[in-house]
Design a protein. Structure first.
Length: 275
C-alpha cells in the first residue's frame, strides 16, 4: 500500500481545497486526426480526492486517464500535476514542451490500472511488481521484494509470487496489476474500468481491495467505472462527462439521485437500467 499520510485509524481522507490541485486540466484539447475528442476541458482534482468519471462509451474517459499517464500526446492546453506542468508550459507567452526528464519524474508519482491488466507476460508476478520500483525509482532489490510480498499478501495472492500471469485468472491478474501500481507508492492512482473484463463473481473481490486502498491511504484517485455502487461508496466527486466536456459534477449523493442535467439522467437511466 502507499504510505498512509493520515495515520488515524478511520483513515478519514482529508481533501484540502485550499492547496494546489494534484491534477489540473486547463483548456485541454485532444484530437485523433480530425476527431476532436476533448475540447476546452477544465477540471481539478484535489489532494486525497477520489473522483469518478462517468459518461457514454467513446466520450473520452480513457483518453483523459491516458493523457495523465502521458500515454497520449496532448494536442493543446496544459495538464499540471501538483502545480507542475506535465507536458507543456507557458514560457514568454509561448506554449513549449517540458523536458522529457521532468515529465518522467512527474510520471513516477502516477500509477494506472487498465481494463486488460497489461501485466508483462514474460515475467513472474513478483518480477512484474518489482520491475518499476527497482528500475524507475532505483529502490534496492531486497526492499522492492519485501514490499512486493507485503502487497501480494494484501491482495490475497501470497502463493502466486512465482507464477506467470498467463496461469492466473482475470481476477488474480487484476489484483497483481493493483499491487504493481501500489508498489510505486503513487500519489495518484488512475483506474480505467478495472473490473469490466472480469467474470461477475470476481468483480467484488477486486472492488473490495480498492475500497480498502481508499479507506487506508490518502492516494488521489481518478476512476472510470460502470460500477455505480462502488463509485457511490468511494468517490468524493462524480463528473458526468460527454461531448468532450464536463456536463456536471458533484457529490455522488447528488449526481446519482438528483442530477441537474437531462444527459446525466438519461445516461444513468441506461446504465442502472442494465443491472
Ligand atoms: N489511439 C486512438 N486513435 C484514434 N482514435 C482514438 C484512439 N483512442 C481513442 N480514440 C477515439 O477517441 C474517442 C474517445 O475514446 P475513449 O477515450 O476510449 O472513450 P471512453 O473511454 O469514454 O469510451 C473515441 O471516438 C475513440 O474512437
Ligand atoms: Mg474507456
Amino acid at each position: 500500500m502507499p504510505t498512509p499520510t493520515d495515520p488515524s485509524p478511520a483513515g478519514a481522507t482529508t481533501v484540502s481545497e485550499a492547496t494546489t490541485p494534484v491534477i489540473e486540466f486547463r483548456d485541454v484539447e485532444k484530437c485523433f486526426g480530425s476527431n476532436v475528442v476533448l475540447k476546452d476541458l477544465n477540471f481539478t482534482v484535489e489532494r486525497g480526492e477520489r473522483v469518478t468519471l462517468i459518461g457514454p462509451s467513446g466520450s473520452g474517459k480513457t483518453t483523459i486517464l491516458r493523457l495523465v499517464m502521458t500515454l497520449e500526446e496532448l494536442t493543446d492546453g496544459y495538464i499540471f500535476i501538483d502545480g507542475e506542468p506535465l507536458t507543456h508550459e507557458q514560457r514568454a507567452g509561448r506554449r513549449v514542451p517540458v523536458s522529457k526528464k521532468r515529465q518522467k519524474q512527474l510520471r513516477t508519482r502516477i500509477g494506472m490500472v487498465f481494463q486488460q491488466f497489461n501485466l508483462f507476460p514474460n515475467m513472474t508476478v513478483l518480477e512484474n511488481i518489482i520491475e518499476a520500483p527497482i528500475h524507475v525509482l532505483g529502490r534496492p532489490k531486497a526492499e522492492a521484494i519485501a514490499k512486493a510480498h507485503d502487497l501480494l499478501e494484501q491482495v490475497g495472492l501470497s502463493d502466486k509470487a512465482d507464477a506467470h500471469p498467463t496461469s492466473l485468472s482475470g481476477g488474480q491478474q487484476q489484483r497483481v496489476a493493483i499491487a504493481r501500481a501500489l508498489a510505486m507508492d503513487p500519489e495518484i492512482l488512475l483506474l480505467d474500468e478495472v473490473t469490466s473484463a472480469l467474470d461477475p463473481e470476481v468483480v467484488g473481490e477486486v472492488l473490495n481491495i480498492l475500497r480498502r486502498v481508499a479507506e487506508t491511504t490518502n492516494v488521489t484517485m481518478l476512476i472510470v467505472t460502470h460500477e455505480m455502487g462502488f463509485a457511490r461508496d468511494v468517490s468524493h466527486k462524480v463528473m458526468m462527462f460527454d461531448g468532450g466536456h464536463v456536463v456536471e459534477s458533484g457529490p455522488p449523493e447528488k449526481i446519482f439521485t438528483d442530477p441537474d442535467h437531462e444527459r446525466t439522467q438519461a445516461f444513468l437511466g441506461a446504465v442502472l437500467g442494465d443491472n
